[in-house]
Write a protein that binds this ligand. Structure first.
Ligand code: PEP
Length: 251
């Protein structure tokens, strides 16, 4: 039985005051203890977040890490070891906004994945197709290529200490959500693909869905057999909405 994960990606949002308030409000929500819950604040708000969640069930992760594991001459970067040192337990790698805006390649993402695991962080590997790729019937091929950039390079066992987030780009921040059937279809095919390397790793792997998840659609998405929770952007900035999404995953 896979334990669901619901994670909030706060992107480049917030101030110290608003992050504090959001976490206070979230702590006041009734959160299920049958799922894992995490938030990914911006780097400069990590310390503020840790201070707020110290005695709660909410884990804190980073939205990115450097390709290099150790500290060094990499201006503007933060290493996975530094993130571990301040208390992070998870890190997003390969979010589509970084693939697009920072031109991160599969190779760079693979190096970040390696650094994350070497530091003892759980990488959340984000994959997903563009609208053009979906319309060309290339959704699965795109996603498989993004996964294989890690899987073939490092071996399937690395996925036993990772999470995959399937996030169709056309659904991120657009209000367009994949239907539960569309999402389940890709999730099931991702799991089947990984099962060709290891049935047990595929069976245990958490594959979460991201792309305009909100309280109104979460239950239906999370009811799908291969959807093990969500990576939530916009809706995670509202504690009541995010709390409701967490409860949908806990039911
Ligand atoms: C995301 O950025 O990972 C995301 C899924 O965003 P949203 O929920 O706003 O679509």
């Amino acid at each position: 039985m896979r334990r669901p994960l619901v994670a909030g990606n706060w992107k480049m949002h917030g101030t110290c005051a608003s992050i504090k308030q959001l976490l206070n409000e979230l702590s006041a929500e009734t959160l299920p203890n049958t799922i894992d819950i995490a938030v990914f604040p911006g780097l400069i708000h990590l310390q503020t977040a840790f201070a707020q969640v110290s005695d709660s069930v909410i884990a804190v992760g980073s939205q990115d890490c450097a390709v290099q594991l150790e500290e060094g001459a990499m201006t503007g970067e933060t290493s996975a070891l530094q993130l571990k040192d301040i208390g992070c337990s998870l890190v997003l790698v390969g979010h589509s906004e970084r693939r697009q805006l920072q031109e991160e390649s599969d190779r760079v993402i693979c190096r970040k994945f390696i650094a994350a695991q070497a530091a003892g962080l759980t990488p959340v590997l984000c994959v997903g197709e563009s609208l053009a790729e979906r319309e060309a019937g290339q959704a699965l091929a795109t996603v498989q290529q993004q996964i294989d950039a890690v899987l073939v390079e490092l071996g399937v066992e690395v996925l036993s200490q990772a999470v995959i987030a399937y996030e169709p780009i056309w659904a991120i921040g657009t209000g367009l959500t994949a239907t539960p059937e569309q999402a389940q279809d890709i999730h099931a095919q991702i799991r089947a693909h990984i099962a060709t390397y290891s049935a047990s790793v595929a069976q245990e792997l958490r594959i979460v869905y991201g792309g305009s998840v909100k309280a109104a659609n979460a239950a239906e998405l999370f009811a799908q057999a291969d959807i093990d929770g969500g990576l939530v952007g916009g809706a995670s900035l509202n504690a009541k909405e995010f709390g409701a999404i967490c409860r949908a995953a806990g039911n």
